[in-house]
Design a protein around this ligand. Structure first.
Ligand code: PGA
Length: 252
């Protein structure tokens, strides 16, 4: 019998959002306040770094938590343009996405680097959302488990515990494309990651949330979220509009 883990619906705004877009957060808070039944999941929004503080101020009396999308692997210093995990924490963030496939490809982030960043995030008191996922080519070659297993092993810091670590399985080919794997494919990858987590972390690995990410929307959320070992979603495009994001939260 699988352990009951509370779902997390996390929004990743990527490089989207200006000051005016805080209205979407306000609208989400209103929808949650007005709802007859309280959401059964935890809710997180990771806006761009420029909006972390204002989102935190807006959401602090609600159930919505705020997080960052990346952090540097050092605490401070001569790293122009970067932000540290401590800065995210200081701005009100409680989580940080690490090693998203767009960071792995746009910024050539290796699992080794991801692991160091995740350790820094945890050290700063953030929960690290570590992303793994195969490309379409890797899946076609039958290498999905090898790729995601390797990324998980290489990216998981020694400090990883269920309370400071979340894994997001995001097939690269499903991100922003409208394509989603079949339920069987999602179930197989999540079961594999669960086995790997237990092998790496012992019984602690049974409690780590494994999110699914890649073209999650209100219309497919209910099916995806009931798959065994799927403990929530990492949502890109559909998290930008309160209406869509709320639709996903409500689907649970
Ligand atoms: P998407 O992005 O929901 O727009 O596919 C997911 C992600 O990259 O986290």
């Amino acid at each position: 019998m699988a352990r009951k883990i509370k779902h997390l619906i996390a929004g990743n705004w990527k490089m989207n959002g200006l000051k005016k877009d805080i209205k979407e957060l306000r609208s989400l808070i209103t929808k949650l306040d007005k709802a007859k039944t309280k959401p059964v999941c935890d809710i997180l929004i990771c806006p761009p770094a420029t909006l972390i503080r204002s989102f935190y101020e807006e959401a602090k009396s609600s159930n919505i938590k705020i997080g960052g999308q990346d952090c540097h692997l050092q605490d401070f210093g001569a790293h122009t343009g970067d932000i540290s995990a401590h800065m995210i924490k200081d701005s009100g963030g409680r989580y940080c996405i690490i090693g998203h496939s767009e960071r792995r490809s746009d910024h050539e982030e290796t699992s080794h680097k991801v692991r160091k960043k995740a350790a820094k995030a945890q050290e700063a008191g953030l929960c690290a959302i570590i992303c793994v996922g195969e490309t379409a080519r890797e899946r076609k070659m039958g290498k999905t488990n090898q790729i995601i297993g390797g990324q998980l092993k290489g990216s998981l810091p020694e400090s990883a515990l269920a309370k400071n670590t979340i894994i997001a399985y995001e097939p690269v080919w499903a991100i922003g494309t409208g394509l989603t794997p079949t339920s069987e494919q999602v179930a197989a990858s999540h079961a594999y990651l669960r086995t790997k987590l237990i092998a790496l972390m012992g019984s602690e690995g049974e409690k780590v949330k494994i999110l699914y990410g890649g073209s999650v929307k209100p219309s497919n959320a209910a099916e995806l979220m009931t798959i065994e070992n799927v403990n929530g979603a990492l949502v890109g495009g559909a998290s930008l509009k309160a209406q869509d994001f709320y639709g996903i939260i409500k689907a649970l």
